[in-house]
Write a protein that binds this ligand. Structure first.
Ligand code: USQ
Length: 383
């Protein structure tokens, strides 16, 4: 297949691009390097020394003998470039990872709110509009977040996809199938919830073939392809804005620092290892809906864990570490229960890797190797 990976220079996009290329697909990265610009804005950087994208692609050619294309433009601002590229190359599939993905970043200031919401929803809409305008029948795989459903205790295992509801009125009860109710608690999650409505519209009314993948928090760094050469290494964020909780805990434990639990640590979240992110995207691509099918919605999660339990597990696995309970810098429920079904992906053959010593130690090894690059002031910066 010819596959466009939008956001192919990012934490998920880079390993996805390499894995698809390794499997023989003709991969094209579309990326304007905005994640690297945000690093400069925040004065932070990946713990691992990621190479410039053109060098990464040259090394991949050297190592694998395979070519990955790269086109540098902004899918939000340059609709014409997007449309032209679609018309010219007619991809079979598009993996859309080109969105601002940090919860704290999306809430930093009015400018960050606007950039996240306008950029995420605007980019998604541009892709859909361009597919309709050009008539290119590409399968769009969009990466979303299980957090669009919010962090209230729901009292049931969140199912994949649409849900059947019964609406009571004075005329009796009416059965409907709808998107699972969204209940976002950050601007970032709001943008993903709005994306889903836009995607549903284009699936229903314009026949665009779409899979929306609701992912948990991703952890880990390397995949088989990024580990082939040091110059292909994936990024590892540990700062308080882009670093996600488990990778931060692993880094903190490796450096002998106390683990930064926000609030009481009663927040339950869904998790998935980066190698499983890649696997799920491959499965979604291999199981595209047909034209006229309803939008596929799949929960892309391996397990759920409470933040406090994660801290204890990291401490037990990687060595005795103190816990530093910090006042929660985020606006989120102090504690919640969360259960998520991944039956959809399981039915496609997905066997989730859950948190285990081997994977955690592998991440610890990467951290230990590049620990000298860590700027400790970024571990504790306010989120
Ligand atoms: N947390 C701590 N200590 C830390 C960092 C985080 O206790 O040092 C807590 C947070 O308060 C939060 C939880 O850990 O309750 C998760 O935070 P996170 O930064 O690991 O993840 P989150 O902000 O939820 O967002 C991440 C990704 C986002 C993705 C989402 C999946 O950045 O792109 O969509 O996970 S989910 O959370 O399932 O919606």
């Amino acid at each position: 297949m010819k596959i466009f990976v939008l956001g192919g220079d990012g934490f998920c996009g880079w390993p996805v691009s390499l894995a698809l290329s390794a499997k023989g697909h003709d991969v094209w990265i579309i990326d304007n390097l905005c994640r690297r610009r945000i690093d400069r804005e925040l004065g932070s950087q990946s713990l691992t020394p990621i190479r410039p994208l053109d060098e990464r692609l040259r090394v991949w050619r050297e190592v694998s003998g395979r070519e990955i294309g790269w086109v540098n433009f902004d899918i939000v601002r340059d609709y014409t470039a997007l449309k032209r590229l679609l018309q010219l190359e007619k991809p079979d599939a598009i993996v859309h990872l080109a969105e601002q993905r940090s919860v704290p970043y999306s809430m930093t200031s009015i400018e960050h709110r606007r950039a996240t919401l306008d950029g995420n929803v605007g980019g998604t809409h541009n892709i859909l509009a361009a597919l309709v305008e050009t008539g290119v029948d590409a399968h769009l795989v969009h990466l979303s977040s299980i957090g669009v459903y919010g962090y209230e205790t729901l009292g049931y295992r969140v199912p994949d996809g649409h849900v059947k509801v019964s609406i009571q009125s004075s005329q009796g009860a009416a059965e409907r199938e709808i998107l699972h109710p969204a209940n976002p608690v950050s601007i970032y999650h709001l943008s993903k919830a709005m994306d889903q409505l836009v995607l549903e519209y284009y699936s229903k009314n314009e026949g665009v073939r779409i899979s929306d993948l609701l992912q948990g928090t991703v952890w880990g760094t390397q995949t088989p392809e990024t580990a082939l050469d040091e110059r292909l290494v994936n990024r590892f964020d540990y700062d308080a804005v882009y670093g996600t909780v488990l990778n931060r805990f692993i880094l903190q434990a490796t450096l002998g620092q106390p683990l930064t639990v926000y609030g009481s640590g009663g927040q339950t979240r869904a998790f998935i290892h980066i190698t499983d992110t890649v696997r799920c995207i491959e499965l979604a691509l291999a199981n595209a809906p047909s034209r006229g099918d309803k939008m596929v919605i799949l929960n892309q999660v391996a397990e759920t864990q409470r933040v406090m339990d994660l801290a204890l597990l990291v401490g037990r696995t990687l060595g005795g570490t103190k816990i530093n309970f910090l006042e929660n810098p985020r606006e989120e429920p102090e504690s919640n229960e969360l259960q998520v079904s991944n039956a959809g992906f399981s039915a496609l053959g997905f066997r989730a890797k859950t948190l285990g010593e081997e994977l955690m130690c592998e991440t610890k090894d990467i951290v230990a190797r590049y620990a000298f690059r860590c700027d400790k002031s970024h571990i504790f910066a306010a989120a």
